[in-house]
Design a protein. Structure first.
Length: 169
């Protein structure tokens, strides 16, 4: 007899047909209540939103609470980064969307940490520098297009533009 076979002792197996499935076909589905919730309550959580309370009242940890200032700033930055990628014509893949979300969260966290340091709250400067470096690196990895800058005028062109403005009146 193999190790995965049912035991052939008095308490093993289904010797008297006690656990027979009475609904052979067309079985009906039924809802099972999760502890602490009513039957039929949807328990789907979204990324970045606070988790549902557990039976002991604790909530599952999340990375950023999008109801607060840092979360709102991260959402704005994510939308800005996505728009910049779309403007170039690149397709937003799953990997790129995850990178955009991570970069937006890092930049928002660094901005908040720097603001707290400027207000006088005790912030570890090593952590601030390291997070700033990570945020800069994550934004650089997105390969966002550089902002269109005005062409620099050489000194001769600048002097001519001044003369043209002065001669107009």
């Amino acid at each position: 007899m193999g190790l995965d076979a049912t035991p052939q002792r008095a308490f093993g197996g289904d010797q008297h047909g006690v656990r027979i499935d009475l609904q052979g076909r067309d079985a009906e589905l039924f809802q099972v209540r999760r502890p602490g919730l009513l039957v039929g309550k949807v328990t789907v959580g979204m990324f970045g939103e606070p988790g549902l309370p557990q039976a002991d009242g604790r909530r599952s940890p999340v990375r950023i609470d999008y109801r607060k200032r840092v979360g709102k700033r991260a959402r704005e930055l994510g939308q800005h980064f996505t728009a910049a990628v779309d403007a170039v014509g690149r397709e937003v893949t799953i990997e790129l969307a995850a990178a955009i979300g991570g970069a937006a969260e890092l930049v928002a966290l660094v901005e908040d940490m720097r603001a707290r340091a400027l207000r006088g709250v005790d912030v570890n400067s090593d952590d601030l520098v390291r997070m700033q470096r990570l945020a800069d690196l994550s934004v650089r990895r997105l390969n966002l297009p550089a902002a269109a800058s005005k062409p620099a005028l050489d000194p001769l062109s600048y002097a001519r533009s001044l003369d043209d403005e002065g001669a107009a009146p």
